[in-house]
Each structure stands twice: as structure tokens, then as C-alpha cells.
Design a protein around this ligand. Sequence first.
Ligand code: NAG
Ligand code: NAG
Length: 172
Amino acid sequence: MFTSLRFLNGNSLFYLCIFLLALWHSGASFEVSNRPVTEDCLECLCEAMSGCNATEICVNGACGIFRITWGYWIEAGQLTLSNDTTLNEEAFTNCVNEPRCAADTVQSYMYKHGQDCNGDDLINCLDYGSLHKMGNLKCRAEVPNSFGSVFYKCLKLKEKQEKMKKPILTHI
Ligand SMILES: *[C@@H]1O[C@H](CO)[C@@H](O)[C@H](O)[C@H]1NC(C)=O
Ligand SMILES: *[C@@H]1O[C@H](CO)[C@@H](O)[C@H](O)[C@H]1NC(C)=O
């Protein structure tokens, strides 16, 4: 482990430390090894669900920035904070109100239920949006406009930002 670190240059070592520090700080006890959902997609999900606003903890039983319900959390494998256990009645709200635990709950749900909801032969953020909003059994249905208008606009913006990041090689 430590000998292999020598092959990292200063910069990547710096980022590795930041990453480990962030991981430690998040106090996450769970191990989510499969993360099919990109950061951009997570941001658009929370934008469309709550405006990424963590002020209001639960709205009609849907909690945190992703507005996760109890049933969704169960389906996703009942992730908990490191100092918590599933025996605690508050384990659900404690997890989904903590952004890292909430995001990993989304990852875990999508890993389990990921499917091509819109029939375009891909499993991507469009499907994750439908899965998140409609649930895995109804993900082929159209999402309500209140969700869709924010979600699709956010994805378009992310796509544009992604294109601007890429170097332009066509004129060389
Ligand atoms: C977040 O939600 C609370 C409660 O609904 C609201 O009072 C507050 O203005 C919101 N914050 C932002 C930044 O939208
Ligand atoms: C568990 O950790 C969270 C922060 O990660 C903290 O807010 C909470 O009070 C802790 N609970 C206990 C029982 O220590």
C-alpha cells in the first residue's frame, strides 16, 4: 500500500488525502462499491427534488435533499451513519438527511433497480430520474412536470458545461 504511493506524484497524493479525509469526515460506515450514478446526475436529482435545500428535513415522509422515502431506503439496503444501527428508529431520517449517506442510498437503489425506463437502449441519468421520482415499478410512466422541468433543464446545463471542458482539437 505505502510503497505504491511513491508512484503517485504530489498532486494526486494531495487529492487522495483530500478524498480520504472527506471519506473519514463523512463518518460513513457502509460500503457502497457500485456507484452507477454520476455526480452531475446526483446534483440534478437533488435540484429537481428539493432545490438541494436541506432546510426542510422531511416533507410528507420524504426526507433530505433527495426526498427519500422509508420504502426507498429499505429497498436500497438500509444504509446508516457509522454511529448508528438499523435498530434505531431514527436510522432512516439520520441517514437520508445526511447528504453523503443520502447519495449512497440513491447509488444503491439505482444499482439494484437500474433499468432502461425510456426504451432508448441505455441506462443513464434519464432513467435514474424516472426511477427516483416514480419508483422502479412505475419508471416507464412520464415524470410530473414539476420534477421534469427542473431535472431536464439541469441535465442540459451539465451537458453544456461538460462540452466546454473538453479541449477543442478539430482545428489542429
Ligand atoms: C429552503 O427551504 C426553506 C423551507 O422551505 C425556505 O425557507 C428557504 O428559503 C429555502 N432556501 C433556499 C436557499 O431556497
Ligand atoms: C452520529 O453522528 C452524527 C454526525 O455524523 C451526529 O449528528 C449524531 O449526533 C451522532 N449520533 C450519536 C448517537 O452519537
